[in-house]
Design a binder for this molecule. Structure first.
Ligand code: SAH
Length: 233
């Protein structure tokens, strides 16, 4: 069974979007993964197909209604569906490469995209939605976040990436940022490629790359080093 994504959204036209091109797009055409969108508005009950209402307790903005979202979720992901149900949300656990690997190894995902101020808490609790954030900033809707999450997952699916090895050397895969890259020309604007990389000495090259990765990580993301350090007794 290939990875099956179902996205619940008020803007199904945003999909597959960027995922219809390049690596992910070719994989979609081949059937290495599938993408279905569900228009949340189709589950509204009134003539105007309203999906939101004013926040209880007052304040700005609108909130997506629990009853309508629940109908959409139950339609897209009936009981027994083994796929995790995700809600894109700035309040969620920040997405990591480890989580992306986890998802890619599973049967797929049901992804709810929020809009307005967000969704009624009761549907998050009652339908066991797992909140996932793509970073500490606020988007206008969950759709770009869902595209980001799916892009990261799809490139890890078997057969999607041409060169499987490159997946394991990326930033974050070993708790480090990746070393710098260079390619021809040998000299550009007076700047040469570091000698070691053209030395042909694979041991030295590997060591240089490890050192550079360590240096960059210490400089830019000391939090990653701290997280991968074994705990002191
Ligand atoms: N009032 C909310 C923000 C709502 S933004 C708050 O302060 O937490 C509208 C929708 O965009 C959210 O429901 C969510 O689905 C999506 N969204 C916004 N920022 C996001 C982020 N960083 N990661 C994932 N989804 C996000």
């Amino acid at each position: 069974m290939s990875f099956r994504a179902t996205v619940l959204t008020l803007y199904p036209e945003m999909f597959p979007g960027a995922l219809g091109l390049s690596l992910a797009g070719r994989a979609l055409e081949r059937g290495d993964w599938s993408l279905e969108t569900v228009q949340i508005r189709d589950f509204a009950a009134d003539r105007h197909r309203t999906v939101d209402d004013t926040p209880a307790g007052g304040g700005a903005g609108m909130v997506m209604r629990a009853d309508i979202l629940a109908r959409a979720i139950d339609h897209a992901s009936p009981q027994g569906d083994p796929r995790p149900r995700l809600l894109m949300s700035p309040r969620g656990k920040p997405l990591t490469q480890a989580k992306v690997r986890d998802l890619a190894a599973g049967p797929g995902a049901v992804i709810l995209c929020g809009r307005f101020e967000g969704v009624d808490q009761r549907v998050i609790d009652a339908r066991g939605l797992e909140e996932v954030s793509i970073g500490d900033f606020i988007l206008s809707g969950g759709e770009p976040a869902a595209l980001v999450l799916l892009d990261a997952v799809v490139r890890l699916l078997p057969g999607v990436m041409g060169n499987e090895a490159s997946g394991e050397e990326e930033s974050f895969e070993n708790g480090l940022l990746e070393h710098p890259h260079y390619t021809r020309p040998q000299e550009w604007e007076g700047l040469p490629i570091p000698d070691v990389l053209t030395s042909g000495n694979h041991g030295r090259i590997a060591r240089w790359r490890r050192d550079e990765a360590g240096r960059l990580t210490a400089e830019r993301r000391p939090d990653l080093l701290a997280a991968s350090q074994p705990r002191m007794k």
